[in-house]
Design a protein around this ligand. Structure first.
Ligand code: ASP
Ligand code: CP
Length: 342
């Protein structure tokens, strides 16, 4: 694996390998000294052409925990406003010695372009491109679900997939790169996915995706679900009216207080409520749902650091073995052995 651009082309072995490595990284996060020397001397550039809180900060934290140097670049306040192109911006940063470029861009396909051309020689990680993909978000979501699923089944998450897990992804699928990356990755991991949305917020061709589609949230809950992932209504990408009113939207498609009670009524005591953030509280998710014991919102953020450490580690440590090495092999790797604390 030289780049991490999408989950659509991520093999099962590479997905499991990233998730297992993230488990190891998460153990590092629990230690008093959270730093490892694995990427000492390497430089990670965070290249953000769109706003971000979680992704940018967690990539920075991940790189620092692996002892890499980090350069943060935000398009706002840079020479992009003077008309500098993606190519020139990327090459300028590469000239400063980037080993990995983490890129978020409003244009779908921008990270693929960086990876496919000879503009730069660095590993490219897609941190969200337009409405296309957000692979590390899907990986951190899968990591969160896998831990939950393993706990429920009384098994270990190491090496595990998500076969048998029922996941509903609900809301603004049309504009969501999180939904796309999750659908591909969850299919690879064997989960059963149902997209729940109004017809106006589903993309053309969704019938060909490897999931079912429902227009009715309550029916989906009634059928039984292990995780409900709420998507943000992406107002900044909407150039028309996609639903009658916000009130109507939250009543029909949002995870409101009534639906929280529905889970209890249906006896779905282990169902988790997920959201990638940022949340529109009161629109796609109520505060009671977001703050309930079922909510994994903050666990997702925490797990994001472990997933991003794993991605950076696997791309930059020169470990390009195929198929995946076993978790046991990783734990004996001196580069981040838990015995080695700094
Ligand atoms: N933060 C996620 C993204 O950038 C989800 C969202 O913004 O709704 O795709
Ligand atoms: N979930 C997510 O990508 O959040 P940010 O947009 O804040 O990075």
């Amino acid at each position: 694996m030289k780049h991490l651009l999408s989950t659509e082309d991520l093999s099962l072995s590479n997905a499991i390998r990233i998730l297992d490595t993230a488990e190891e990284m998460s153990a590092v996060g629990d230690r008093e000294v959270k730093k490892l020397p694995a990427l000492r001397g390497r430089t990670v550039v965070n290249l953000f052409f769109e706003d971000s809180t979680r992704t940018r900060i967690s990539f920075e934290a991940a790189a620092k925990r692996l002892s890499a140097d980090v350069i943060n670049f935000a398009a706002k306040g840079s020479s992009v406003s003077k008309g500098e192109s993606l190519k020139d911006t990327a090459q300028t940063l590469a000239a400063m010695g980037a080993d990995a470029v983490v890129i978020r861009h409003w244009a779908s396909g921008a990270p693929h372009r960086l990876a496919a051309t000879d503009w730069i020689d660095a590993a490219v990680i897609n941190a969200g491109d337009g409405t296309h993909e957000h692979p590390t978000q899907a990986l951190l979501d899968a990591f969160t679900m896998r831990r939950h699923w393993a706990t429920l089944n009384g098994t270990s998450s190491a090496g595990a997939d998500l076969r048998g897990m029922r996941v509903a992804i609900a809301g603004d699928v049309l504009h969501s790169r999180v939904a796309r990356s999750n659908v591909w990755l969850l299919r690879t991991l064997g989960a059963e996915v149902t997209l729940v949305a109004p017809p106006t917020l589903l993309p053309i061709g969704v019938g060909q995706w490897p999931c079912s589609v429902s227009y009715n949230m309550d029916e989906t809950l009634e059928k039984g679900v292990d995780a409900v992932m709420m998507l943000r209504v992406q107002g900044e990408r909407m150039n028309a009216s996609f639903f009658p009113t916000t009130r109507e939207y939250s009543r029909r498609w949002g995870f409101d207080d009534n639906r929280l009670r529905t889970l209890d009524r249906l006896g779905l005591k282990d169902t988790i409520i997920m959201h990638p953030g940022p949340m529109n509280r009161g629109l796609e998710i109520s505060s009671a749902a977001a703050d309930s014991h079922r909510s994994t919102v903050l666990a997702q953020v925490r797990n994001g650091v472990s997933i991003r450490m794993a991605a950076l580690y696997l791309l930059l440590s020169g470990d390009t073995r195929e198929p995946a090495a076993t978790p046991a092999a990783y734990s004996t790797n001196a580069a981040y052995s838990t015995k080695e604390s700094h």
